[in-house]
Design a protein around this ligand. Sequence first.
Ligand code: NAG
Ligand code: NAG
Ligand code: NAG
Ligand code: NAG
Length: 311
Amino acid sequence: MDTPWQLQMLLQMLISWTLAANGHHKFVMLPKVVGGYSIAIEEVPFQISVRRRAMHEKAYGLGLICGGALISQRVACSAAHCYAVNNTYNPVRYYDPSMFVVVAGSTLIDQADRHTKEYLLQQIIAHKAYNASTLENDIALLFLNGYVSWRSRAVRAIPLSTKVLTEGTTCLINGWGKVTMVGKSASLQQAPVPILNKILCRAIYMLPVSQLCAGFMQGGIDACQGDSGGPLICDGQLAGIISWGVGCADPGFPGVYTNVSHYVDWIRTMNATLDYSKYWVMDSADLTSGAQRTWWLALAFLLIVIDCCGF
Ligand SMILES: *[C@@H]1O[C@H](CO)[C@@H](O)[C@H](O)[C@H]1NC(C)=O
Ligand SMILES: *[C@@H]1O[C@H](CO)[C@@H](O)[C@H](O)[C@H]1NC(C)=O
Ligand SMILES: *[C@@H]1O[C@H](CO)[C@@H](O)[C@H](O)[C@H]1NC(C)=O
Ligand SMILES: *[C@@H]1O[C@H](CO)[C@@H](O)[C@H](O)[C@H]1NC(C)=O
């Protein structure tokens, strides 16, 4: 590790230019919070986890795909890449919103308590210009199937950032993603990350103004897989969305975040298109009733048979 710092920087720039020039991020680990500490949900009550419904229904705590942040009573902000079917396919297709469950008010990923609230997704509004190769416009709104109650201290919205971030500001990231490159974390983790110099970041990753980077050039603390979509909190506001990085907490490669202040108008515009008069009722019997599931499976099977065999 005696390579001079400048030489390392130069090497990294060459590597990232090569990656960017070839238009792929194959080495990119989609985000974790590495190097953080445990916190209780009451300290970050806007933090949610998004889980794959099928796995979640089989075993509570499984199926974590991403994080997110509540920004109003029925809307959470997350990363578009979390919901894309095939991140290499163009145009990007998204999974059906019914495949996901949002869990709010929970510190532990695998245990619910009296503050825990679950919602289904009525709609996923991913940014139209989300680019799967550059991860530009990596933002999506999650429209919940019901109003979140603010009665519990464990569930709240976070205001959108209105401030211009200055280099060196210490922000916070949270998540249940990988704590090391190996396992996932059962308890919510938080880590402080400073906003890095824009010019340095652009030199490493060639970022547009819609993305920002934060972390430590020496590595050790970062977001990692499973944390994507989660908030970057600066001065109590939602300043960024965990988007991507190269590795997790690797020296020389800080995390990249969607710059939320760049998307405030987009968020307001998209929110205005949502139909707040509609919501499906989340029937928990529907989630757990084996009999009902068997019936639907039988119907689906019948439809497939009819479809395939020309009945
Ligand atoms: C994703 O899209 C690429 C490019 O069209 C295709 O080659 C690949 O097979 C797709 N993968 C899946 C899992 O659909
Ligand atoms: C994504 O960005 C790359 C690099 O700027 C560009 O070449 C490509 O056309 C973009 N893809 C889409 C779907 O806009
Ligand atoms: C984030 O976006 C805002 C609004 O477009 C812009 O003023 C700011 O400079 C951007 N931040 C970074 C770090 O690029
Ligand atoms: C979205 O619209 C609803 C209904 O008008 C409003 O109550 C809420 O504050 C808005 N949320 C955001 C994030 O703009």
